[in-house]
Write a protein that binds this ligand. Structure first.
Ligand code: IPE
Ligand code: IPE
Ligand code: MG
Length: 247
C-alpha cells in the first residue's frame, strides 16, 4: 500500500515521470450505491460529481490529456430506466461542462459512435466541442457510446472502401495511416490507465491505444476516488520502467 503525504504535489514527482495521458474507466457507481441502500442512479450522480473533481485535479497537475469511459457500446444492455438516467446525466454534464471548468483552458472532445445517441446529446456534443476547440492546456476526451472493437472495425471498413475506390494502396496502410482512422486521431496513446472498483479488465475501452499503457487498479469505487487515489496512481506510475519491448 502506498501512503502519500500532504505534500503530494507535482513537485514531488519529476514532470518527466508524470503521464502525459491518463485514461480512466470509472467503474463501481452501482456497487457504491448498493452498499448504502441507494438506487444505482444516485451512484451515477455521485460518480458524475466525482469526475468533475478528478478533471480539476488532473488539470492542476498539468496532465495534458485525460480520457474517461462514460458509456460503452455494451451499456445499452442495461435496463432502459438506467440507460435513460445515464443519458440524462451525460446531457447535464455536457450542458454544464464549461461552467464547471471555471475558466480552465480545457478542450472537450467526444469519442464513440453518434449512432443511437439521442438528438439532445448530439446537439450538446457539437456545442461543447466547438465552444472549447480553442482551449489548449488540456484535452479532456469523453467516450460516449464507445467500443474499441467497433472503432477498429470502422477503421478497417473505411480503409477497405478507400482501397476499393482506388484512393489508397493496401501496402500504404501502416500504423500511422491506421491510427489516423481511429476516433483518437491526433491524440497520443494513454500512458496510464486507471480502473476503479477492483475489476481488472478493459471492457472494450481503447483496445488499440492501450497496447503499451501502464495499468493501475485501485480497490476503490469510482464515487470514492479522491485526489489521494490519483496521487497514489501517479506515484506507482512514476516508479515503473516502461520498456516498449526494448531493454
Ligand atoms: C460505472 O459504474 C458507470 C457506467 C458503466 C456507466 P457501474 O454502473 O458499472 O457500477 P457497478 O460496476 O455496477 O458497480
Ligand atoms: C465499463 O464498465 C464501462 C464504463 C465504465 C462506462 P462496465 O461496468 O460496463 O464493465 P463490465 O460490464 O463490468 O465489464
Ligand atoms: Mg461496472
Amino acid at each position: 500500500m502506498f501512503f502519500i503525504g500532504k505534500g503530494a504535489k507535482k513537485k514531488d514527482i519529476a514532470p518527466e515521470h508524470l503521464p502525459g495521458h491518463i485514461a480512466f474507466i470509472m467503474d463501481g457507481n452501482g456497487r457504491w450505491a448498493k452498499k448504502r441502500g441507494l438506487s444505482r442512479n444516485i451512484g451515477h450522480a455521485e460518480g458524475s460529481r466525482m469526475l468533475k473533481e478528478v478533471v480539476k485535479a488532473c488539470f492542476s497537475l498539468h496532465i495534458r490529456y485525460v480520457s474517461v469511459y462514460a458509456f460503452s457500446t455494451e451499456n445499452w444492455a442495461r435496463p432502459k430506466e438506467e440507460v435513460d438516467q445515464l443519458m440524462k446525466l451525460l446531457l447535464e454534464y455536457l450542458k454544464n461542462a464549461e461552467a464547471d471548468l471555471e475558466g480552465r483552458a480545457v478542450r472537450i472532445r467526444i469519442i464513440g459512435s453518434r449512432k443511437g445517441l439521442p438528438e439532445d446529446i448530439l446537439r450538446e456534443i457539437d456545442r461543447v466541442e466547438s465552444n472549447t476547440a480553442g482551449n489548449g492546456e488540456m484535452d479532456f476526451i469523453i467516450a460516449i457510446n464507445y467500443g474499441g472493437r467497433q472503432e477498429i472495425l470502422e477503421a478497417a471498413r473505411t480503409l477497405a472502401g478507400e482501397v476499393a475506390a482506388g484512393t489508397l494502396r493496401a501496402e500504404d496502410i501502416d500504423e500511422a495511416c491506421f491510427e489516423g482512422h481511429l476516433h483518437t486521431k491526433g491524440i497520443p496513446f494513454p500512458d496510464l490507465l486507471i480502473r476503479t472498483s477492483g475489476e481488472q479488465r478493459l471492457s472494450n475501452f481503447l483496445l488499440y491505444q492501450c497496447a503499451y499503457t501502464e495499468f493501475h487498479f485501485p480497490d476503490v469505487l469510482w464515487p470514492d476516488f479522491k485526489e489521494r487515489h490519483l496521487h497514489e496512481a501517479l506515484y506507482s506510475y512514476a516508479g515503473r520502467k516502461r520498456r516498449f519491448g526494448g531493454l
